[in-house]
Design a protein around this ligand. Structure first.
Ligand code: BDP
Length: 696
């Protein structure tokens, strides 16, 4: 197996009894309907059931016992006469019911929804029950997504490369679009629909204006046509200077009526080509991208101009809050909050402000972004990174479900205890009628889509959490493992063990105790805490000296702790109460500081770095238990990447500790495996990836 089929492998259920009972319940299927979404759902059910149950998929038009009845009250008018009709009507636009019932005296399972796409989601859920060997007895499942916009943000460039993509090139073959539609696009849509993703931004936030030119829009419309049956809307990034670059105007000033008119006409044109276009994602006044501040206007002024153009068509603006230029000299961490908090409530009603999960930049661990809980009057969309820019690229096995969950379950205390980030996002649904979450995917042209087979779990986990941000990452990992490998306990349990420790393991061997942004300047892989040049210095992030390490972000330092509500603010501010995993994020700490473990800070750092490497070795041992229990191709793929990960973990551990030791002048205990090379070696070895070169 090469991994192409993702979690939709539909291999035969191999437990005899179970399979028999599944076969009995899906003996015949009543699934009328001619719309493109119902046809897509039916195709999936057909492929899924015939694969899983190893029997022909048989349709019937009249009721008999043990049938599967699938549809909406429009497609299956029988539903209108059932007592669960009211429940169908109570579902949201994308919700569904799966229930054991009796229809006109015949025993049946109904997969019912108000809308066609709800039916599609219900079908995927039903298949998942079988894929994960759940019982189909007494089924009563009612599902509505907890967030309305569940969107992938591709960082794909128009030339086919992917910014921070580690699984090959972009899957969009722009040259041949719109006429040639690869099978991969449909499979991409199926995978996304199976986890409830309902939108995709096709191109990079570091945008090119030409993506909004008519010829490119026509190409994008080809993808929209493939995705539509699967409930997925297409969005584009909008470069703020587009009116100048492709519109022939001499300004992009949002105050200029000509500029506003240009955007309105552009949007009108987009909707003529893509009638269900989702809207724009914008990176403005950030890392060199143009924006409204270039014209003395605010983020809200810029976002609202685009929102006004999109509003008549139901389109949305996602305006990113990833900005750090203006207060970089003080502390990058406080910049996003300081720029956006004063504008709370100033955005049009179809605008989301979109911060990343943490206030720096997709580090292996960050405290949640203080804008969550700080913007009651502006709906926020949360941006996660699924691609592992700072987590070992596609070479390291790091299950991100636990990272996502950690952020989502962080309590902001916005309205007292229990105001988790997840609740903050969901509450916008009630207060503003819209809610959203975004993920920067790890998808590319590699046969297995994500480079590392386990990267698929991160795509999967993002979708499941977007649908319900309160799902446990462990439960999601288990579903994924069952669908990806097997329902056999002796397979699931080692796979889960590895997945559930993997993120902490990564933190341990790279940036434990709240350290951050000490990775290689160009590639963002491998250690470079020594990077120090006039443009960028890692010393801003660790502030290492002979005596101490860490950044003072307390009230007496840069004040970042004051951006959180109490009691979080006080907790982060007080070195004795600050959770150890954020210690060096918020505090500057002497090397001999006594940690809760009784170890000094120096010894605690050593402990974590060594633990990280040991855990990668444990992961290899655990993986080896699967030898012979899963197919050779995927076994070898993961086994050899784990070896690579071990080398990289050692590189991180030794590079960082030798560098820190230059300042602390404290020993690495003799009983531990000693670094094989000098610090000089780590500073000068050529980095394996030439990130910039990839894109030239
Ligand atoms: C940084 C990435 C950069 C992105 C930027 C962003 O290194 O490639 O363009 O974030 O999110 O993490 O805009």
């Amino acid at each position: 197996e090469n991994g192409y089929e993702l979690w939709l492998r539909y291999k035969p259920v191999n437990k005899g009894n179970l399979c028999e009972s599944y076969c009995l319940k899906s003996r015949k299927i009543m699934f009328p309907g001619e719309t493109e979404s119902l046809i897509a759902a039916k195709k999936e059910l057909q492929v899924g059931l015939s694969g899983l149950l190893n029997m022909p998929y048989t349709e019937a038009e009249t009721l008999e016992d043990n049938m599967l009845v699938v549809g909406t009250p429009q497609s299956v008018s029988l539903f209108k006469k059932q007592d669960f009709y009211a429940e169908i009507n109570g579902l949201s636009d994308e919700g569904y019911l799966i229930l054991d019932c009796t229809i006109e005296g015949k025993k049946a399972i109904a997969i019912a929804a108000r809308t066609d796409v709800g039916v599609l989601y219900g079908v995927f859920h039903y298949l998942r029950l079988i894929q994960t060997n759940q019982s189909l007895d007494k089924l009563y499942i009612q599902e509505n997504p907890k967030l309305k916009y569940r969107v992938l943000n591709h960082w794909d460039n128009l030339n086919g490369t992917v910014e921070r993509g580690y699984a090959g090139y972009s899957i969009w073959n722009w040259e041949r679009l719109p006429s040639y539609k690869e099978q991969r696009y449909t499979d991409y849509a199926r995978a996304n629909a199976s986890i409830g993703i309902n939108g995709t931004v096709l191109n990079n936030v570091n945008a090119q204006a030409k993506s909004l030119r008519t010829d490119w829009l026509v190409k994008a419309s080809g993808l929209a046509d493939v995705f539509r049956p699967y409930g997925i809307k297409v969005y584009l990034t909008a470069k703020f200077s587009a009116p100048k670059e492709i519109g022939g105007l001499n300004t992009a000033d949002p105050k200029d009526p000509q500029v506003r008119k240009w955007w309105k006409e552009k949007v009108k044109e987009i909707y003529s080509l893509i009638p269900d276009f989702g809207g724009f994602l914008v990176k403005a006044n950030s890392e060199g991208q143009p924006g409204p501040q270039d014209y003395g206007c605010s983020h809200a002024d810029g976002a609202n101009m685009l929102a006004e153009a999109l509003e008549p068509y139901g389109g949305i603006v996602f305006w990113r809050a990833f900005v750090y230029q203006n207060e970089r000299h003080v502390d990058r961490v406080i910049n996003g909050y300081n720029e956006f908090k004063p504008q709370d409530g100033k955005f049009a009603k179809n605008v989301f402000v979109q911060p990343k999960n943490g206030p720096i930049d997709f580090q292996p661990r960050e405290p949640f972004h203080p804008l969550f809980g700080g913007m009651p009057d502006t709906p926020l969309s949360l941006e996660f990174q699924i691609t592992q820019e700072n987590l070992g690229h596609a070479g390291h096995l790091v299950y991100l479900g636990t990272l996502f969950e950690e952020t989502l379950q962080s309590d902001t205390y916005e309205n007292g205890k229990g105001s988790t980030v997840s609740k903050v996002l969901q509450n916008y649904g009630e207060s503003h009628g819209i809610s959203a979450i975004a993920g920067v995917p790890n998808i590319g042209t590699d046969l297995n889509w994500t480079g590392h087979l386990f990267g698929q779990a991160n795509w999967y986990a993002f979708g499941r959490l977007a649908w319900n941000p309160d799902t446990s990452s462990g439960e999601i990992a288990e579903d994924w493992a069952r669908m990806t490998f097997s329902n056999d306990k002796s397979v699931i349990s080692p796979v889960l063990k590895i997945m559930m420790i993997s993120r902490e393991t990564y933190v341990n061997y790279t940036m434990p105790l709240g350290l951050n942004h000490i990775m290689n300047y160009d590639t963002h892989n491998g250690p470079e805490p020594w990077h120090n040049d006039p443009v960028w210095t890692a010393f801003d992030y660790h502030k290492i000296t002979r005596d101490s390490i860490g950044v003072n972000r307390t009230a007496k330092g840069t004040g970042a702790t004051g951006q959180y509500h109490n009691p979080i603010s006080e907790m982060f501010d007080d070195i004795r109460k600050c959770p150890q995993e954020y210690l060096l994020w918020f505090h500057r700490v002497p090397w001999n500081y006594k940690m809760a473990s009784g170890r000094t800070l120096w010894d605690e750092l050593i402990y974590h770095y060594y633990k990280g490497v040991d855990e990668v070795r444990q992961m290899q041992t655990i993986w080896n238990e699967l030898d012979g229990k899963i197919d050779r191709e995927r076994f070898n793929h993961v086994a050899s990447l784990l070896k690579y990960q071990e080398q990289e973990a050692i590189w991180w551990r030794d590079g960082c500790l030798l560098f820190f030791q230059d300042y602390s002048r404290l020993p690495i205990p003799a009983n531990l495996e000693q670094p094989k090379h000098s610090l000089k070696y780590y500073k000068t070895i050529p980095f394996p990836h030439d990130w910039k070169g990839r894109y030239e």
